[in-house]
Ligand binder design. Structure first.
Ligand code: FA5
Length: 348
């Protein structure tokens, strides 16, 4: 039998054997037998040099073709056997790999964070810049520089959590900020007018909780200082905010109020969302919920940071954030935001 015939016979035998193989281990034996270093095919290829030139070409081409043919037949067979093996083993373990994966739970921002971002965006679109400040603050920035000296009765309106740290003369100068207004001073110390900023952040008060009060809540401070700023700018800005956030029809009320760091001072209230102004438990039967204090920056505050009140004027406001989504969605208890009840939080 010629070498070419032997090669054809080898091919036929190898392919027949391959067809009857049904596990991966056997397949490896097959590969070693027909394509390995000691296989007949490799021997033929190694002995080519010894053949007469006329025969060498034909035998070489045929041997290489058989080798490629066997190699190509091996690949799909191996893949099919491996898949069958995987299926068999997962079936044994009770895993169905054809099932779609379980979706990963994706969280979302807390409703207060969402509202803060939304309010930031409204003010940014009106030309305000967002800045943040420390939650542990000096008495100086929280009270003193805001025209609230020691023993001033206005301190009583913001029951304070003091940090347990005393100076040599027994003063406790550090506290958890009771409002975001200290950032007015911090910013004006560094930046010269014209300036327009909003300051979102956490504030703390030593207060009993009820449907509209909690000891840790968020505020957003606003401050604009420039030449010729008037109360009309303050009202215009806050009306525009209320219209954009609550819609055109929601009623807004301004009333006089007192804060030592503004003159004159006002408070702004929004019509209660729960009772639509009729009066209910949430709004204390008044039909209105106060959301912010505001006013024209007091000349003495400007003087303290070396801004001439004869040349410049400004307005400031401090908004309680939690009450804003309460008014928008008709939420009747502020404590729901921090009770970690997912049935409540998932609604936002
Ligand atoms: C202030 O904190 C002033 N800094 C506001 C201000 C800034 C006035 C700039 C003038 C110029 P007040 O204590 O009223 O003011 O608080 C502001 C808002 O915070 C309130 O209108 C209310 O919406 C919210 N707030 C106050 N106390 C609580 C509380 N315990 N729980 C939840 N929200 C509160």
């Amino acid at each position: 039998m010629s070498i070419l015939q032997q090669l054809e016979e080898l091919r036929a035998k190898a392919l027949k054997d391959l067809a009857s193989i049904d596990d991966v281990k056997e397949l490896e034996f097959w590969r070693v037998r027909y394509l390995g270093k000691k296989s007949q095919l490799t021997k033929v290829l190694h002995s080519l040099a010894k053949l007469p030139i006329a025969e060498r070409k034909a035998v070489g081409a045929s041997a290489n073709e058989v080798k490629a043919n066997l190699g190509n037949s091996l690949k799909p067979k191996e893949q099919a056997l491996r898949e069958a093996e995987l299926k068999a083993s997962t079936r044994k373990e009770g895993i169905d790999i054809s099932l779609p994966g379980r979706p990963l739970p994706v969280g979302h921002f807390h409703p207060i964070t969402q509202v803060l971002y939304e309010i930031d965006d409204i003010f940014v679109s009106m030309g305000f810049e967002v800045v943040e400040g420390p939650e542990v603050e000096w008495d100086y920035y929280n009270f003193e520089a805001l025209n609230i000296p020691k023993e001033h009765p206005a301190r009583d309106t913001m029951a304070t959590l003091w940090i347990d740290y005393k100076t040599e003369n027994g003063d406790r100068p550090m506290l958890l900020r009771t409002h975001t207004s200290p950032m007015q001073i911090r910013v004006m110390e560094k930046v010269r007018p014209p300036l327009r900023i909003v300051v979102p952040g956490k504030v703390y008060r030593y207060e009993a909780t009820d449907a509209t009060h909690i000891p840790m809540f968020h505020q957003l401070e606003g401050l604009a200082v420039d030449k010729g700023i008037t109360m009309a700018d303050l009202k215009g800005t806050l009306y525009e905010f209320a219209r954009r956030f609550f819609g055109q029809d929601r009623r807004v009320r301004f009333r006089c109020d007192y804060f030592p760091f503004v003159e004159p001072g006002v408070e702004m209230a929004i019509e209660c969302a729960v009772c639509k102004g009729e009066g209910c438990r949430l709004c204390g039967s008044s039909g209105w919920i106060e959301i912010l204090g505001a006013g024209m920056v007091h000349p003495r505050v400007l003087e303290r940071v070396n801004i001439d009140p004869e040349v410049y004027s400004g307005f400031a406001f401090g908004m309680g954030i939690e009450r804003i989504p309460m008014l928008r969605y008709g939420i009747n208890d502020i404590r729901l935001f921090y009770s970690s009840d997912l049935r409540f939080l998932r609604q936002f």
